[in-house]
Design a protein around this ligand. Structure first.
Ligand code: NDP
Length: 290
């Protein structure tokens, strides 16, 4: 799926999301009641944009969003109380906390507080363990979006060299696991790789490259292996207002076979994954199973 150019085929996240929308819409229509998603977000520009995109999509699909926005200096206890209240509320089926978290909120602790069946990002230790054993029903929305974009290329990952740059709990690590599940030979790079001066060497041999670091156009186009699939997760707002990814886009397009643009690549598919996971959470609660 995508627009063929003289260079890389751009992976059209909006088109992929539109295809998924029909599927999720049918699933919602078949439910006995409207699924409800509780969203906790922190008042930053990026979070506000993401929240708005989630609310737009939810409205289209008939999913109800209850959202609670906090200033970035909100005490952790306030957020924890909100999570406990939504955990206990049978009318709320899914719970999503925007990241990055303010520094006073500990991600490890927070992950243990969300009721596992309502955990839309799959961060609760129980869900993380399920992912480890390739048995997750709900997983990181961004990681699932990355896999959806890769799948749209039709390329079989079996035995391919995959390199993930970034090892955060909600993006890099789960992407690494999902690539392993597809039998790709997977390397996960991070700050240590860069500090050792070895990032370029890893990127150069990647047949599948996923970058999620949050640094504007940090990955040089000339590092891209000709014919690679490049999934750029990064969202960076430049001082002039332009939004760019973590990969030097125009130069990468000259070498890659497939490239996910920023904006319009991973982002719209991630939002749709949040919606799909909300339906899944509703079904888990209805079925009572896990
Ligand atoms: P985090 O800040 O949690 O993680 C960034 C990761 O990048 C860390 O693992 C860090 O490694 C690594 N890193 C930082 N600098 C370097 C470097 N110079 N070389 C190699 N690795 C480096 O961010 P997220 O994973 O949450 O998000 C990453 C990006 O993706 C952001 O731009 C974010 O906005 C975007 N994003 C986009 C989404 C979408 O739907 N499109 C959804 C979620 C995120 P270390 O820990 O070792 O320092």
């Amino acid at each position: 799926m995508g627009t063929k150019t003289a260079t890389a085929t751009l992976l059209d996240g909006r088109a992929i999301a539109a295809r998924m929308r029909d599927e999720v819409h049918r699933a919602v229509a078949g439910l006995p009641e409207r699924p409800r998603l509780g969203v906790i977000w922190f008042r930053t520009g990026a979070s506000e944009l993401y929240k708005a995109a989630q609310e737009r999509e939810a409205a289209r699909l008939g999913i109800e969003v209850r959202s609670e926005g906090y200033p970035v200096n909100v005490p952790a206890a306030v957020v924890e109380e909100r999570i406990a209240a939504w955990n206990a509320d049978p009318a709320v089926h899914g719970l999503f906390v925007h990241q990055p978290l303010p520094p006073q909120i500990d991600a490890g602790r927070l992950s243990t507080l969300i009721e596992p069946r309502k955990d839309i990002e799959g961060i609760h230790p129980q869900n993380a363990a399920r992912r480890f054993f390739a048995k997750a029903r709900i997983g990181s929305c961004t990681a699932l979006a990355v896999m959806e974009l890769i799948e749209s290329t039709g390329v079989d990952l079996h035995g391919k060299e995959a390199v993930v740059v970034g090892h955060s709990e909600i993006v890099g690590r789960p992407v690494g696991m999902l690539l392993l599940d597809q039998m790709a030979t997977t390397t996960v790079c991070h700050l240590g790789t860069s500090q050792a001066g070895r990032l370029e060497e890893h990127v150069r041999r990647a047949e599948i490259l996923v970058v999620a670091i949050g640094r504007p156009e940090f990955i040089r186009g000339t590092w891209i292996k000709p014919g690679a699939i490049v999934i750029d997760v990064g969202i960076n707002v430049l001082p002039d207002g332009r939004v760019v990814g973590d990969v030097e886009r125009e130069a990468a397009r000259q070498r890659a076979a497939f490239l996910s643009p920023v904006p319009g690549g991973v982002g719209p598919v991630t939002v749709m994954m949040v919606m799909r996971n909300t339906v899944e959470a509703f079904n888990l609660r209805q079925g009572g199973g896990r």
